[in-house]
Design a protein around this ligand. Structure first.
Ligand SMILES: NC(=O)c1ccc[n+]([C@@H]2O[C@H](COP(=O)([O-])OP(=O)(O)OC[C@H]3O[C@@H](n4cnc5c(N)ncnc54)[C@H](O)[C@@H]3O)[C@@H](O)[C@H]2O)c1
Length: 349
């Protein structure tokens, strides 16, 4: 297939593009490159292969950009709650309007598949109850509200010639060259490695479903291959029902993998997002889908990686590995404007 993958320069996209290329697909990336400054490591086994790249903002995509593709996998958005809260109006512009516009252009251009990276955060406040795809959505943040709006706007666009699938990913973890240390397990592993101490201010009681970045990529790959009848206008939670943990449990798991790491918890309730998610539906529709990772294996993977690259505290703290820090830096230094478009004041270098 000829596949346009947006967000190929991000955490998931950097793992996904080579996987799809290794399957024999012709992949083109589209990304504006906000986090290009951060490259944690080069994979050991093979030189990293990069897809052809359209270096542009999602909001400036033109019909010609999506012509000739069989499928679009759409990842390019402001990718978490804090980013959305920082500039909600820009989040709506990119994540909602930009995504819907891309899907409209893809449909008009005759692209037959559209895979959208949604998120389990659409469920919002679950107070620990088990949630599945039938559960009502209850998004709490601009980021999660956009995910719900995009799903809602794309659903009526789907038909027999435009197959649309929503993958509601759990919170990702695991190694990616374009690393993120602002997601829970990666952050805990970085703390365990650099400080030998995980000090939580909260009691760590909220539930979180987590999934390895490679398992997300496998779900995308299988969705692209699946018969239309199995995936058209369907949404799937992506993860595994066994991989719901309290944040405290995640911290303890990570600490047990990193020798000499201590954990302490605070007393505040902290984060009010708490949900446990069931992941049975994806297995019914995509029988080959089976997650291959667990939180413990993921922590072990990161311990080995940090050892190999001799990761320093400065690297862990580097702005480009924390999405909000990097966007703030680009904004404060005039490299992106108030709408997160590249280009500073006229005459600046
Ligand atoms: N990582 C997770 O835990 C997780 C969980 C659920 C859903 N998702 C979704 O998966 C997708 C990818 O997540 P990720 O972790 O790889 O995020 P990421 O921030 O690492 O990557 C997003 C990429 O999109 C690009 N991008 C952002 N805005 C753009 C714009 N206006 N124009 C062009 N490119 C733009 C960025 O430059 C970046 O390379 C996102 O939609 C995210 O919401 C991620």
């Amino acid at each position: 297939m000829k596949i346009l993958v947006t967000g190929t320069e991000g955490y998931i996209g950097t793992v996904l593009a080579p996987l799809l290329m290794a399957d024999g697909h012709e992949v083109t990336g589209l990304d504006t490159g906000y986090y290009r400054d951060g490259w944690l490591y080069s994979p050991l086994r093979q030189p990293y292969v990069t897809p052809r790249l359209l270096n542009k903002d999602l909001r400036d995509t033109q019909p010609a950009d999506v012509e000739g593709f069989d499928a679009v996998v759409h990842l390019a958005e402001l990718s978490n709650d804090p980013l959305g809260a920082n500039k909600p109006e820009v989040t709506y512009q990119i994540n909602h309007q930009g995504s819907v516009r891309l899907a409209r252009m893809a449909k008009a251009a005759g692209v037959s598949r559209f895979v959208y990276a949604s998120s389990c955060s659409v469920y919002g406040l679950g107070v620990g109850d088990w949630l599945d795809e039938q559960s009502p959505t209850n998004p709490q943040t601009a980021y999660a509200k956009c995910k719900v709006m995009v799903e809602g706007d794309l659903r009526p666009m789907a038909d027999s010639s435009f197959c649309v699938t929503f993958l509601r990913n759990a919170t990702a973890y695991g190694a990616s060259p374009r690393m993120r240390f602002d997601i829970v397990i990666n952050d805990l592993c970085g703390l365990a490695w650099t400080q030998k101490r995980i000090a939580m201010t909260s009691d760590g009681s909220p539930w979180r479903p987590v999934v390895h970045v490679e398992d997300i990529c496998r779900a995308i790959r299988l969705t692209l291959r699946a018969p239309q009848s199995a995936v058209n206008v369907e949404c799937f939670n992506v993860g595994s029902s066994e991989e719901n943990y309290r944040v405290r449990e995640l911290a303890e798991t990570v600490a047990s993998v990193f020798p000499g790491c201590a954990v302490s918890t605070g007393s505040s309730a902290g984060d009010n997002r708490s949900y446990r998610v069931r992941f049975d539906k994806i297995r019914k529709h995509l029988p080959e889908f089976q997650t291959q990772w667990s939180a413990r294996k993921g922590a072990e993977q990161l311990r080995e990686l940090f050892t190999r690259i001799e990761m320093s505290p400065d690297t862990f703290a580097f702005r480009a590995f924390t999405r909000l820090k990097q966007l703030r830096y680009l904004s404060q230094t005039g490299q992106i404007d108030a709408e997160f478009r590249w280009g500073g004041p006229a005459g600046a270098t």
